[in-house]
Unconditional design. Structure first.
Ligand code: 7TS
Length: 412
């Protein structure tokens, strides 16, 4: 049975106090906490078999290699990738997107071509494309966002057209919370012969994601948002697409044979993993995937719908709070960004004094904040270990903060 109170026991950090109060960690969209099983996997690696992978004939190197490759298989199973050939370990979502920008996009975009993102992208699914489209003489186009915070698909067939070569879309917005209809956008992209990429930083940790069903060409996500350590992430790509791509980084292990004047490339996925990989954190990611699979991704999603509904209702009942994005929990991921009359940074600092961790600022989604006329927002984001009691604590903290700043604002 899915019980956040039981799950919490696996996360040592959740029993600490912050500024004298029990920690209420509501900054999961930035990074998640780690269960004891993941921490233990790192200790085990460094204490028992730490050795470079794919290089040694000795026992420990083979043990490390086996576990590293087992982690790749676990990731492939999680996202329903047909084979491990398409699972490339990188540092994070940002690196995965930059890999595609610096390989597929620079090889395939030319003058007059178009590429499409949405208006709600995280900077990491925008800034790399600004550079490659400018260099190629291509145009970067945007699927617009409605005032309600969903994608306006009435322009889908004009924004994505015969000139479009690549479409890259955030699956769940880390600011609006919106879950985007990636299957529908993918179909349209493929209809015009474009490739389709998904920024899964906020979806893969929180809901079932099936790359085979979606038929996307690329999917990027980060381990640290799904209970694994920072510094390990994944680029999934269709092997047939990878076969046509130039390697990104060049050096050891991505080659088959090397002469003084040229080299040939290793098989997939090693061709895209130059140098010693972050095998310890990849192995820990495999354990995080085990943990999530044991909970069941459907249950993870269901929990976030429930806690999201509770939070939307509780925050919605506060007159001073304006929630950004869709109003229905079913249409959004487990996070809520909001504004009040108090500056989000002041709010965040006040709540921290009560042990409540939220994120404040533009959450690396500056253009969408600008479009909504907002300089900054406060954001509470949830995960499997958050409880309705914690939502109540957040609401109590917010009320206290608003009363405090309200009364102080009256004073000169
Ligand atoms: N895409 C989305 C949708 C994200 O939410 C983030 C990180 C990234 C890409 C980049 O991930 P990274 O692991 O490469 O940094 N989002 C956040 C956030 O909302 N608060 O801190 C980081």
């Amino acid at each position: 049975m899915f019980d956040p109170k039981l799950i919490r026991k696996d996360f040592p950090i959740l029993s600490r106090k912050v500024n004298g109060s029990p920690l209420v960690y509501l900054d999961n969209a930035a990074t998640s906490q780690k269960p004891r099983q993941v921490i233990q996997a790192l200790v085990e690696c460094y204490e028992q078999y730490n050795s470079n992978v794919h290089r040694g004939v000795h026992t420990m190197s083979m043990e490390a290699t086996d576990r590293y490759e087992a982690a790749r298989q676990k990731v492939a199973d999680l996202i329903h990738a047909p084979s491990v050939e398409g699972v490339i370990f990188v540092r994070n979502t940002t690196e995965a997107i930059n890999l595609v920008a610096n390989t597929w996009a620079t090889q395939n975009l030319g003058p007059g071509d178009e590429m499409v993102v949405t208006e709600m992208e995280h900077h990491s699914n925008l800034v790399p494309w600004q550079k490659v489209t400018a260099q190629a003489g291509a145009t970067l186009r945007f699927l617009p966002v409605t005032p309600e915070g969903t994608l306006d698909l009435t322009s889908l067939d004009t924004v994505i057209n015969e000139r479009t070569k690549l479409v890259s879309v955030v699956h769940i917005s880390n600011f609006l919370g919106t879950i985007n209809p990636v299957n529908e956008i993918c179909r349209r992209a493929h209809q015009v012969g474009a490739r389709f990429m998904v920024d899964g930083a906020q979806s893969v940790p929180h809901m079932p994601v099936d790359v085979t069903d979606m038929d996307c060409d690329f999917l990027a996500f980060s381990g640290h948002k799904m209970m694994a350590p920072p510094g390990i992430g994944v680029l999934y790509a269709k092997p047939s697409v990878l076969e046509g791509m130039e390697p990104f980084l060049r050096g050891g292990d991505m080659v088959r044979e090397v002469w003084y004047d040229h080299a040939t490339w290793n098989d997939l996925p090693m061709r895209f993993e130059a140098g010693t990989p972050n095998f310890a954190d990849a192995i820990a990611l495999g354990v995080a995937v085990d943990y999530l699979q044991a909970l069941g991704m459907d249950n993870v999603r269901q929990h976030e719908i429930e806690i999201g509904s509770y939070a939307l209702q509780a925050l919605g009942e506060m007159e001073e709070v304006t929630i950004v994005g869709p109003t229905e929990a079913r249409l959004r991921g487990g996070l809520a960004a909001f504004t009040t009359d108090v500056h989000p940074h002041d709010l965040g600092t006040f709540l921290d004094q009560e042990g409540i961790a939220i994120r404040t600022g533009h959450h690396c989604v500056m253009p969408m904040h600008n479009k909504l006329g907002l300089a900054a927002t406060a954001r509470a984001s949830f995960y499997v270990y958050n409880t309705n009691d914690e939502m109540d604590t957040l609401v109590r903290g917010l009320k206290k903060a608003l009363a405090y700043f309200g009364s102080h604002a009256l004073k000169p």
